[in-house]
Design a protein around this ligand. Structure first.
Ligand SMILES: Cc1cc2nc3c(=O)[nH]c(=O)nc-3n(C[C@H](O)[C@H](O)[C@H](O)COP(=O)(O)OP(=O)(O)OC[C@H]3O[C@@H](n4cnc5c(N)ncnc54)[C@H](O)[C@@H]3O)c2cc1C
Length: 244
């Protein structure tokens, strides 16, 4: 649907993650680890003894031999609000990013609103706070405020574009709840570090405090990664969910 000001704003509560390309298997870890002792013959040994392979991956994880987990690559296409990407892009090591441009294309009015199950009330102090369920009234208030603010901001954006103002200038009025998209490429080691900070899991050795929306992205990435590298994923969780 469109109106005089461009397409009508839409509101979403989900984030999406797609695995667009990968060269990432448990075998890649074994190959990299064994080359130091077995040279090229290590390739033949892989797959011959699954229990030994599992044992080696567990040993590498437990003793934090990290580099064998770097010889692989995964590219994800992620759609999420800009405030999630601001947190995401703080992860510098072993990551490559390309995000859609607000200079070269007109931004589409897709905005984030919290789902009913998103906890809304923060109690406690920084580093120690927890989140509690919001009441139905609080959910209604949050959704209504956000939708009003998003719609007003988008109307101003469109009006500036209609007045001939450059996209890169007009975008200044758009809020961080606007959806963006990016490709993010990483390896298993850098992904494990990201997951160690951006997911909450009782098997984790360290306490974590991820914002729920980046955790929603992280959970989908973890599930896709677990399908590619099940032994590495299992060892990560078993050994405290810290990057080796
Ligand atoms: C719950 C939470 C709250 C946060 N709150 C804030 C906040 O209030 N303000 C804020 O600015 N940020 C905040 N951050 C972001 C945080 O400070 C990190 O920037 C982010 O988590 C990325 O972590 P990282 O630097 O370990 O990751 P990466 O950049 O991927 O680095 C991975 C690892 O490489 C090593 N490394 C990378 N660069 C260097 C370097 N220059 N020198 C030495 N070692 C290096 C470190 O061992 C590092 O752990 C928060 C993060 C979390 C999870």
């Amino acid at each position: 649907m469109t109106n005089a000001q461009g397409p009508a704003p839409t509101f979403r509560s989900d984030v999406t993650v797609e695995l667009v390309r990968s060269a990432a298997t448990d075998t890649d870890v074994l190959w990299a680890a064994r080359v130091s002792t077995a040279g090229e013959q290590s390739l033949d040994a892989i797959g011959q003894d699954p229990e030994k392979s599992k044992g080696l991956i567990n040993f590498l994880m437990r003793d934090r031999h990290g580099t064998p987990f770097e010889h692989n690559s995964m590219t994800f296409f992620i759609s999420a609000p800009i405030f999630v990407f601001r947190e995401f892009h703080r992860h510098r090591t072993g990551w490559s990013y390309n995000e859609e441009s607000g200079r070269y294309r007109e931004l589409q009015p897709v905005f984030y609103v919290p789902a009913e199950e998103r906890k809304l009330v923060q109690v406690g102090r920084p580093g120690k706070y927890e989140f509690l369920e919001g009441t139905p009234e609080q959910h209604e208030a949050a959704t209504a405020s956000m939708e009003r603010a998003y719609t007003a901001a988008y109307t101003e954006y469109r009006e500036m574009l209609d007045a001939g103002i450059a996209r890169e200038v007009a975008r200044a009025v758009l809020p961080v709840g606007l959806f963006s998209s990016m490709y993010a490429t990483c390896n298993a080691r850098s992904l494990m570090h990201f997951l160690s900070l951006r997911t909450k899991d009782e098997r984790g050795k360290m306490p974590t405090f991820p914002q729920r929306e980046i955790e929603m992205v992280a959970e989908q990435m973890e599930q896709l990664w677990a399908g590619l590298m099940p032994l590495t994923h299992a060892a990560f969780s078993e050994h405290g969910r810290l990057a080796p």
